[in-house]
Write a protein that binds this ligand. Structure first.
Ligand SMILES: NC(=O)c1ccc[n+]([C@@H]2O[C@H](COP(=O)([O-])OP(=O)(O)OC[C@H]3O[C@@H](n4cnc5c(N)ncnc54)[C@H](O)[C@@H]3O)[C@@H](O)[C@H]2O)c1
Ligand SMILES: N[C@@H](CC=O)C(=O)O
Length: 477
């Protein structure tokens, strides 16, 4: 199957006609070809968006809401087909892909509801004599850049509020997962988004395509999800034209278990927080701090569940952990584990990778006796490896938990809710799971502090990221 770049509600060949292959990370087989977009395609996408912007911004909020609601309905009805595309190019087990489609669709439903609830203000000036009307307007054409780990949800979390606010969008998907983005663009067109409102440039030249957008005066917003390193670079580029920027970046989530926690519940939460999407999640628990009094029980129970994981291809019925996205990702996870073991950590439990597997598989692994300075506790693992450290002193625990440049998610388990909330308050993170291993919900604000990002997605706040405030000072004498 061959796909073009998407603009004006249709696919087009890339300038120069180049293409690149998309592969199944579970087999290495080619599953399709997409256009290798060039800077000329980036400019053409801006032209299409600029032509669509005035009319789209002028539509009634209810009309935009109904497009998003139809997108929710279509996405829900087409779950199986979309899930198949996600599994094919991302490798996650089909059940996980269905879960991602449901989660991704919820952003369309949530922002179809928010589109008609954008409020403003009317006030008397403190000195009297004038009145102020405070209102909002769409920020403008928005460049949306997303990673491969949730190829549908990381885009719908941006597209839905952008469209609700009245902004046209330019999508730059990860080169590993362009097919999902193209399917979303087609779905939105069928849902009623006018030509030019949703545009996609698939490319191997991320830097020059996104750089072209950020250098174009007509592009007023960049919303990025991905690594902190690339986020920093885009922030620097956005500074040149003072482009409004939202950044959802990397994480290094701690998972804390106190001595009074329900250990079985903590293990269930740990499995969700660590192994969803094979650990390739920005909110994934990256390091486990377990009170010494319950560490033996936690490791035994957690280890038993890890050993029961079935590593395999996305389409095999019993697979719970699919392949990593690339062989490079496998090598980087392996290096973190090897370095930890060389520094004194031990592999206490591991699930096997089936003999003869040719994809990018990595065995789910539990590490114990991990030295507190091991690089695996500092770097984002982005794979199915759980390093456990024991603790006894709470002040030292707080220091370890916050001893990172990241601040996206954090998890705490305790039988004493008051202690858990007080601990959560000391945690430098945008999101804290309290006795819960799953924290994502389109209705609540998702985002990080420190070098995990700027801004929030989902919730009411997500719409504001795509709006400018405008204030009219009115003579009232
Ligand atoms: N905070 C969040 O909500 C969130 C969600 C998912 C993933 N992530 C983070 O994403 C990272 C994993 O994804 P990744 O490795 O694909 O990240 P990445 O930063 O390498 O890539 C993300 C996107 O940026 C593009 N890109 C790469 N270089 C670019 C450049 N120079 N200019 C413009 N675009 C460029 C990529 O093609 C891709 O589309 C992890 O750090 C993870 O924590 C964060
Ligand atoms: N955990 C995030 C995705 C990040 O990788 C989410 O659930 O939205």
């Amino acid at each position: 199957m061959h796909h073009g770049v998407y603009r004006g509600a249709a696919e087009h060949p890339a300038a120069g006609g180049g293409e690149f292959a998309v592969t199944d990370p579970g087999t290495g087989e080619v599953v399709g070809f997409v256009a290798d977009g060039q800077p000329e395609d980036a400019v053409a996408a801006v032209e299409a968006a600029a032509a669509a912007f005035p009319a789209w911004a002028a539509t009634a909020p209810r009309q935009r809401s109904e497009v998003l609601r139809r997108a929710f309905d279509l996405m829900t009805a087409e779950t199986d087909e979309l899930a198949r595309i996600i599994s094919l190019e991302n490798g996650k087990p089909l059940a996980d892909s269905r879960g991602e489609v449901a989660y991704a669709a919820e952003f369309f439903r949530w922002f179809s509801e928010e589109a008609v609830r954008s409020d403003g203000d009317f006030a008397e000036a403190p000195a009297g004599g004038t009145r102020a009307i405070v209102t909002t307007r769409p920020v403008g054409i928005a460049a949306l850049v997303a990673p491969w780990n949730f190829p549908a949800a990381m885009f719908t979390r941006k597209i839905a509020p952008a469209l609700a606010a009245g902004c046209p969008v330019l999508l730059k998907p990860a080169s590993e997962t362009p097919l999902t983005a193209l399917a979303l663009a087609d779905l939105l067109t069928r849902a009623g988004a006018p030509a030019g409102v949703v545009n996609v440039v698939t490319t191997l030249k991320a830097g020059s395509v996104v750089g072209t957008w950020l250098a174009d005066d007509r592009v007023r917003k960049v919303s990025f999800t991905g690594s902190t390193a690339v986020g920093r670079r885009l922030l620097a580029q956005a500074a040149e034209n003072v482009v409004n920027a939202s950044m959802e970046l990397g994480g290094n989530a701690p998972f804390v278990v106190n001595r009074d926690a329900d250990v079985e519940q903590a293990v269930i939460g740990a499995m969700q927080a660590k192994f969803r999407n094979g650990g390739q999640v920005c909110t994934a628990a990256n390091r486990f701090y377990v009170h010494a009094d319950v560490a033996e029980e936690f490791v035994r129970r957690f280890g038993a569940r890890i050993e029961a994981q079935k590593v395999g291809h996305a389409f095999a019925d019993d697979t719970t952990i699919g392949p990593m996205i690339t062989s490079k990702a496998v090598a980087s996870i392996a290096k973190l584990v090897d370095d930890a073991v060389a520094a004194g950590a031990k592999i206490s439990h591991q699930a096997p990778v089936p003999r003869g597997s040719v994809g990018n598989y990595f065995p789910p692994t539990l590490l114990v006796d991990v030295p507190s300075d091991a690089s695996i506790l500092r770097e984002e693992i982005f794979g199915p490896v759980a390093p456990v450290v024991t603790w006894t002193d709470e002040d030292e625990l707080v220091r370890l938990v916050n001893g990172t440049e990241y601040g996206l998610a954090s998890y705490v388990y305790s039988g004493d809710l008051k202690w858990a909330i007080k601990f959560a308050e000391k945690t430098e993170a945008g999101i804290v799971g309290v006795n819960r291993g799953l924290v994502s919900d389109p209705a609540f604000p998702f985002g990080g502090v420190k070098q995990s990002g700027l801004g929030r997605e989902g919730a009411r706040a997500g719409l504001r990221e795509f709006q400018e405030t405008q204030y009219f000072s009115v003579d009232w004498s």
